[in-house]
Design a protein around this ligand. Structure first.
Ligand SMILES: Cc1cc2nc3c(=O)[nH]c(=O)nc-3n(C[C@H](O)[C@H](O)[C@H](O)COP(=O)(O)O)c2cc1C
Length: 209
């Protein structure tokens, strides 16, 4: 009995340590960026990145722009059909993989180590981006898997992705939207079911000189 209790305590402590959330700095609303019109003008796909890492503030502002909470009622910068908020945003970087929580503006580590290779798949350049953002459509959270639901979720994912594209072009970062990735390996690593689908990803970095 004592042994079982000891194992249970160990498991609980282990889970608590692993699933600890990290507060991100508050998004900087005064950040110096291009105007919306200039951001559209500058937007383009970029596939070469410098070694410069994103700061915590860079990551905070990027995630908030992608789909952060922007109103007290919990709505987000990215609209979703019926406000289902069914898009999960994962951050792959050298140290591990984390899940963004828009309501609390926190990151929770869900895997340790560098797994950018399964996001890059056959496009090696994506491994060189300091951060790869992966958008996962949670059809269970959406509540339906029919064709119309799939279209709506596809649009919702596209909106988050375009927020990332435009934020990057406005703030001196660079990115490319990518459908290429090893979906099965990502699902397996993150413990996702068949209804939680990695749809698109954005490697993000500073432009190579
Ligand atoms: C839904 C979608 C999927 C894409 N998938 C990839 C991809 O897997 N790999 C890649 O290098 N670029 C990918 N791209 C980027 C396109 O190739 C790129 O947007 C297109 O060539 C136009 O170039 P531009 O973004 O510079 O205007 C994708 C773009 C979209 C919108």
């Amino acid at each position: 009995m004592k042994r079982i209790s000891f194992v249970v305590v160990l498991l609980l402590v282990g889970t608590a340590c692993f699933a600890q959330s990290k507060n991100l700095p508050k998004p900087n609303m005064q950040r110096q960026t291009l105007s919306v019109m200039e951001a559209y003008q500058q937007r383009k796909s970029v596939r070469e990145y410098s070694d410069k890492l994103l700061s915590d503030q860079d990551l905070s502002d990027l995630l908030w722009a992608a789909q952060g909470k922007n109103r007290p009622d919990g709505h987000l910068t990215a609209p979703t059909a019926m406000n289902k908020q069914e898009i999960r945003l994962y951050v792959f970087c050298e140290k591990g993989v984390s899940l963004y929580d828009p309501q609390n503006h926190t990151l929770t580590q869900v895997a340790e180590g560098d797994h950018r290779d399964i996001v890059a798949d056959r496009q090696d350049f994506a491994k060189k981006a300091p951060v790869c953002l992966v958008m996962v459509a949670d059809m269970d959270k959406f509540g339906s898997n029919g064709q119309h639901a799939q279209w709506m979720v596809g649009v919702d994912v596209g909106i988050v992705c375009e927020n990332i594209n435009l934020y990057c072009s406005a703030s001196g970062l660079c990115t490319v939207p990518r459908g290429t990735m090893n979906q099965k390996a990502i699902q397996s690593l993150l413990g996702l079911n068949d209804n939680q689908i990695p749809v698109i990803n954005n490697p993000v970095g500073y432009p190579a000189q």
